[in-house]
Design a protein around this ligand. Structure first.
Ligand SMILES: Cc1ncc(COP(=O)(O)O)c(C=O)c1O
Length: 449
């Protein structure tokens, strides 16, 4: 590389400790193909975005057609058919009180928008003192400053403490490490008491509570009881605080329903989606609001407007990809595929739960997680890079969250392939116990059709 070459700076990657990135030349279905011809089974849907398999021809076709017709137009004062169609399609699947949609670019921006909407909602409603946000322990909502502020303290946020806006923190229902030291079999979701106290004491200052409904992702694939989410809804409603559901990860079928909130019969006031919205093709996000929230932004006074927008808001090509992805839900047996994945999780996880090296094994819908017993638990666990390489050496892309190994596959994965991923994880436990650390990246690729 010459001095004038521009260096690629990869996310969450540090040249001093991480191996060079793998060059991928193509991808089809659940497989990525490397530049040197190896195949890797993408068991984490390329950071949780892919739904129907890589390079799905229906989405690829929709993208190409839209790019040739209208690639982009600003969305202030203009509209277009792909966005109108997408709003109509989303309107059929989001909880019915959510009647307004604001498009943006990714999960973090969808969260920023929800936070800003919540704060301005109360200002426009004549209660400007309601400014504070309550967020959960173990939360992850993105890497921009607002989203990072509502995320819990972690290696992701450590360097940016001075930038983060203060938020109120409450317990998450992390049953494997119960924050109030009870057991799920006998508890009455007592972890909610802290939120109740916060809302009782500071309700006049609280604008909203933000949650990742039922599944906290980057915090460790933590599965909450449905009663926790319905309890948060009950408390926010009775204390006049908005509920923001961050469905960036959980949306579009990941938890077995189109949206996780449905599983607990919860309707939030604001809801964020991104990741799977375009089936994994293009960045696009949406923040939904109820009629009641939107009402506060309309009226004769221009200062009520929501001053927020991005250059590529509602990009027509991204909207076309999202429309094509939602059509696949209508035309292909997507929820049968989801149920088939969940069945394998239910069959395979009990053996892991009983393993001496495992703290907890949990699943919801298509997502399963195995939390390993290590002396240095957390995102920076020293086991994590070795496990990552072990999995790649076996032809599987799994990116453990520290000591939590999780599976979050595209829905087109076959039960046999899910079982193969479990076999590889099982082998990794034996490998960890034997203390093996050889140079695995170059060993044979054993991924299966
Ligand atoms: C629940 C949740 N919210 C927000 C985000 C941020 O999304 P993005 O990476 O698209 O900005 C993530 C990303 O993992 C997420 O899991």
């Amino acid at each position: 590389m010459s001095a004038s070459d521009l260096h690629l700076w990869h996310p969450f990657t540090q040249e001093g400790v991480d191996p060079p990135p793998l060059a991928i030349r193509s991808a089809k279905g659940v497989f990525l193909e490397t530049q040197d011809g190896r195949r890797i089974l993408d068991a984490i849907s390329s950071w949780w975005v892919n739904l129907h398999g890589h390079s799905h021809p229906a989405i690829a076709d929709a993208v190409a057609k839209q790019a040739a017709r209208l690639e982009h137009v600003l969305f202030a004062g203009f509209s277009h058919e792909p966005a109108e169609e997408l709003a109509a399609r989303l309107g059929k699947i989001v909880p019915s009180p959510l009647r307004h949609v604001f498009f943006s670019d990714d999960g973090s921006t969808a969260v920023e928008i929800a936070l800003k909407l919540a704060v301005q909602y109360w200002k426009n409603s004549g209660r400007p003192q309601k400014q504070k946000i309550v967020a959960l322990e173990n939360a992850y909502h993105g890497d921009t400053v607002g989203a990072m502020s509502v995320s819990d303290d972690s290696p992701f946020t450590a360097a940016f403490r001075s930038l983060r806006i203060p938020v109120l923190r409450t317990h998450s229902a992390y049953c494997a490490h119960c924050p109030v030291e009870l057991t799920r079999a006998t508890c009455r979701i007592d972890c909610l008491n802290k939120l109740e106290r916060l809302l009782s004491e500071k309700g006049d200052e609280i604008a909203a509570v933000i949650v990742e409904p039922l599944l906290q992702g980057a915090g460790g694939m933590i599965v909450h009881p449905e009663e926790f989410l319905s309890g948060v809804r009950r408390l926010t409603a009775s204390h006049d605080a908005l509920l923001i559901a961050d469905e960036v990860l959980t949306g579009f079928g990941r938890t077995g329903r189109m949206f996780a909130c449905e599983r607990a019969a919860v309707v939030p006031d604001l809801m964020c989606v991104a990741k799977g919205l375009t089936g994994g093709f293009l960045p696009l996000a949406a923040t939904f609001a109820t009629e009641g929230v939107q009402d506060a932004f309309t009226g004769g006074d221009r200062s009520r407007v929501f001053f927020h927008g991005h250059s590529y808001t509602a990009n027509p090509i991204a909207c076309a990809a999202a429309n094509a992805s939602l059509r696949i839900f209508e035309n292909e047996p997507v929820f049968e595929r989801i149920a088939a994945i969940e069945k394998v999780h239910a069959a395979r996880l009990p053996a892991f739960a009983g393993h001496p090296g495992v703290v907890d094994a949990r699943h919801i819908g298509t997502v399963a997680a195995i939390e390993l017993k290590v002396p240095d638990a957390g995102y920076l666990s020293s086991l994590r890079p070795r496990l990552y390489q072990f999995f790649l050496s076996r032809g599987v892309l799994l990116r453990p969250l520290g000591n939590v190994v999780y599976i979050l596959p595209p829905y087109v994965i076959t039960p046999e392939q899910v079982n193969f991923v479990y076999d590889v994880i099982q082998d990794s436990l034996a490998w960890v116990q034997n203390g093996a650390t050889s140079n695995l990246i170059n060993s044979s690729n054993q991924s299966r059709e």
